[in-house]
Design a protein around this ligand. Structure first.
Ligand code: C2E
Ligand code: CA
Ligand code: CA
Length: 774
């Protein structure tokens, strides 16, 4: 409603001001038109008078009476001519300049319309007749009047001027009325002189008020314009030292009076119409705004996520159609939102939950401190499947694994994190139960899977973490992933997380700071694990494996601190300490009559140290131990990092007769042929191939072929990770040179090893128990 009033008011104002501007313009235009009208009227009269004077001058009859000197006949003839153009003045002048005829038409008063003989009859004409007077559109005062007067010469024969005849019109009321009528402006003539005595000689509007006449005077005399009046004036000529001006004017109030009346009418109309239109507007608005308000309320509802109320508004068909559209839109939003929400929490390929879903579901479990195990599951050789069989098959495999995993009732949640990685959550921390569930899962997944003509045996690697409160999903996932990476690295099917396998555990930071002093303060200790010569059935070697006997934490396994030492530049110090201790122990044993060569592990960091070879050889020389006393075990990875330098260093050592062994063979990427380039004597088959040798056919194939190839290349083979007699026998039968593993002995300290050796029957009988020192 306010809007309606505002619209009315604004439109009124706009029209009002537009019109006002137009009016101003129109007033301006009116003046220009007035000027044109005046000029044409005034000039026309001059032209008319002179044209007529010329015609009359040529009139033969007039010429005759002019020459005859018959005054009366002449005046009659003159008057006849005068009458033809209704001139106010007719004058004839003879050659000598004497006025021989002057007729005046009385314009006003009692004698109106009468023709009289003028006062100058018989006198000399006041002006010199000829070109000068005529050319200047002369003004001719006579009696009370001023005339426009035009002469033409009367000639006899060729160019013999015998006199003049002229006609004139009064500049007066007749002219002012005609101009006023044509222009709509007040028109008048004014005589003014230097002494300011102005005289209005005619005015269309009757009397001038004093203020008006003041304004006019200021304008005409000094050109002062007035706000109140539209003014125009023209100087016509001088008469006896006074100036004759024509003027036209209009007061603005007069000009605008009529239009203001119109505006008033319009305003009245608006005031009258307003209540009526307000009423109509209200009625219409009720029909439109009410349903719209309802729709707005509904839209707000929808914005808040309420999608279930049906939209109902008004009864008009349009409104109902709109409401229907609204309801449909609401449904569309709902279904789209559901879809988006689903996509945000689910994996599009398998429709399993994703990491968001895992976080969402487990949040409550963490809050309730629920016992929880997370299994991070990796499908083995997925890259191979994708690479050789294509991604379509890869996707099918993932879908199948997802299907089989979801079939388990005792799994609480299955999610797919990415690619070939799944996470299974079980509300259970009983290790035995989890292990048995994992065994079932593996059995289920390993069941043959056929797609088109392809038959696949899928296998899983699983990393498990158990919740220990306080904990959270991120921690638990990280631990499961650490376990999974560990399992992959060590070719295990399952690995349960524990701190020892976690190089990134919280304790790591502390260990970093403590390691350096630990080496200096002899907190490290060497354990020894026997390497059995399988053909001799005697232990000829031991492997030195370092441990950290931490004052607070107890025994820390090397897998925990070796990576730290590698990263923190402590490896040189550590290896030097190990070599030194091992050789000292060698000498100890020799002194006791125990002949054991010692294998020491070295890492990639050691090979980067240019002084490493020197140190090893010098230490051997200084300790006066034979070169056979020491074997160095190097992982494939350590060589791969910088093969050129590694080969150079190892060659130096080899030249001096040091025995070199490739550790963890089979876990890296090098082929045996590549390894042949290395100056090594021995391969240590990684324990992951040996541990399950008796139950894993693949492992048997790998180990058997490795043995054969290594022997062909002239390398000895050590099998580590022997955990049972069967494996030991199997390896012995196939000509494996040495065996190492828990079945023989776990790594133990030197003293324990001495005892074990004595009891085991693997001790080599020596003829000479004292080392020859020379
Ligand atoms: P590695 O060189 O492969 O050492 C063999 C590891 O396998 C030892 O673990 C040993 O306890 C374990 N092992 C031996 N037989 C069996 C078996 O029958 N079954 C099973 N399950 N395991 C067996 P450890 O002592 O924890 O050493 C772990 C790794 O730490 C070593 O693996 C080696 O890479 C590194 N390491 C140990 N001491 C040193 C060292 O002085 N210097 C360097 N650079 N690395 C070392
Ligand atoms: Ca080793
Ligand atoms: Ca090894």
């Amino acid at each position: 409603m306010i809007l309606l009033i505002a619209v009315q008011a604004i439109s009124f104002a706009i029209t009002f001001y537009a019109n006002k501007r137009l009016e101003q313009q129109q007033l301006g235009n009116q003046l220009s038109i007035a000027e044109l009208v005046f000029k044409s009227e005034y000039d026309n009269r001059n032209y008319y008078l002179s044209a007529f004077a010329e015609t009359a001058a040529k009139d033969f009859g007039l010429k005759e009476v002019f020459i005859d000197n018959d005054r009366r006949s002449f005046l009659v003839a003159l008057n006849n001519h005068r009458k033809r153009i209704n001139a106010d003045l007719a004058i004839a002048v003879d050659k000598q300049g004497k006025v021989i005829g002057e007729l005046l038409l009385t314009p006003a008063g009692v004698d109106q319309g009468k023709v009289k003989v003028g006062p100058e009859q018989g006198n000399l004409f006041r002006y010199p007749l000829g070109s000068e007077f005529d050319n200047n559109s002369p003004l001719y005062p006579l009696g009370e009047h001023v005339y426009q007067l035009k002469f033409a010469p009367i000639t006899s024969g060729a160019a013999n001027i015998i006199g003049w005849i002229g006609f004139g019109y009064i500049i007066g009321d007749e002219l002012t009325h005609s101009l006023s009528q044509q222009t709509g402006l007040n028109t008048g003539f004014m005589l003014s002189g230097d002494n300011q005595a102005q005289q209005i000689i005619s005015l269309s509007a009757g009397e001038l008020s004093t203020s008006d006449s003041q304004v006019l005077n200021d304008f005409i005399q000094q050109g002062v314009r007035s706000e109140e009046y539209q003014l125009w004036q023209a100087f016509l000529g001088e008469i006896k030292g006074r100036k004759l001006h024509a003027f036209m004017y209009l007061s603005r109030t007069d000009a605008l009076e009529s239009s203001q009346a119109q505006w008033l009418q319009q305003l009245m109309l608006i005031l009258l119409m307003l209540p009526l239109s307000l009423m109509v507007a209200y009625i219409i608005a009720r029909g439109v705004t009410k349903p719209i308000t309802q729709l707005i309320t509904q839209a707000r509802f929808i914005a808040k996520g309420n999608y279930h109320t049906k939209v109902e508004v008004g009864s008009s068909t349009e409104m109902q159609a709109l409401a229907q559209e609204f309801t449909e839109m609401q449904q569309a939003i709902l279904s789209r939102e559901n879809k988006i929400a689903f996509q945000a929490f689910h994996d599009p390929l398998t429709n399993l939950g994703n990491k968001n879903e895992l976080a969402r579901v487990t949040q409550a479990w963490f809050e309730q401190k629920m016992p929880l195990a997370l299994c991070q599951i990796n499908i083995r050789r997925m890259t191979e499947v994708n690479g050789t069989l294509g991604h379509e098959v890869g996707d099918k495999v993932i879908e199948e694994v997802s299907r089989r995993l979801t079939n388990f009732n005792n799994i609480d949640l299955v999610c797919r994190l990415n690619g070939d990685e799944f996470v299974v959550a079980i509300k259970q921390t009983e290790a035995k139960a989890i292990r048995s569930l994992i065994a079932q899962i593996q059995q289920e997944i390993e069941a043959e899977y056929c797609y088109q003509d392809i038959s696949l045996h899928l296998q899983l690697t699983i990393g498990v973490s158990f919740v220990h409160y306080p904990s959270d999903l991120e921690t638990l996932l990280r631990q499961a992933d650490t376990a999974l990476q560990h399992a992959k690295k060590h070719r295990l099917d399952v690995q349960i997380y524990h701190q020892q396998i976690d190089v990134n555990s919280v304790d790591r930071l502390q260990l970093i700071n403590e390691l350096k002093p630990a080496i200096a303060n002899d907190e490290l200790v060497l354990y020894y694990q026997p390497k059995l010569n399988l053909s001799l059935n005697k232990v000829t070697h031991v492997e030195a494996l370092v441990r950290w006997q931490h004052p607070d934490r107890g025994m820390i396994p090397p897998d925990t601190f070796i990576p730290i030492a590698e990263q923190m530049g402590q490896m040189n110090a550590l290896t030097r300490w190990v070599i030194n201790s091992a050789l000292t122990q060698y000498l100890d044993w020799q002194a006791q009559g125990v002949d054991l060569a010692i294998a020491v592990n070295i890492s990639a960091e050691n090979l980067k140290d240019p002084d490493f070879c020197d140190y090893v050889l010098t230490t051997i020389a200084n300790k006066k131990v034979p070169i056979e006393a020491l074997t160095l075990e190097i992982t494939e990875d350590a060589v791969v990092a910088d093969p050129e330098n590694a080969i150079k260093q190892l060659s130096v050592l080899k030249q001096h007769g040091l025995k070199l062994s490739i550790d963890d063979y089979g876990t890296g990427y090098s082929s045996l042929a590549q390894l042949k380039q290395l100056p090594v004597d021995e391969l240590k088959i990684d324990k992951s191939f040996v541990q399950n040798l008796m139950i894993n056919n693949d492992d048997q194939i790998i180990v058997a072929s490795t043995l054969q190839l290594a022997h062909n290349l002239g390398l000895g083979v050590v099998a580590e990770g022997i955990e049972n007699q069967a494996t030991l026998s199997w390896l012995t039968e196939r000509g494996c040179e040495m065996g190492q593993g828990f079945y023989l002995s776990k790594p133990i300290d030197a003293q324990a090893l001495t005892l074990w050796l004595a009891k085991s029957g693997y001790q080599r009988k020596r003829h000479n128990t004292v080392v020859e020192l020379n």
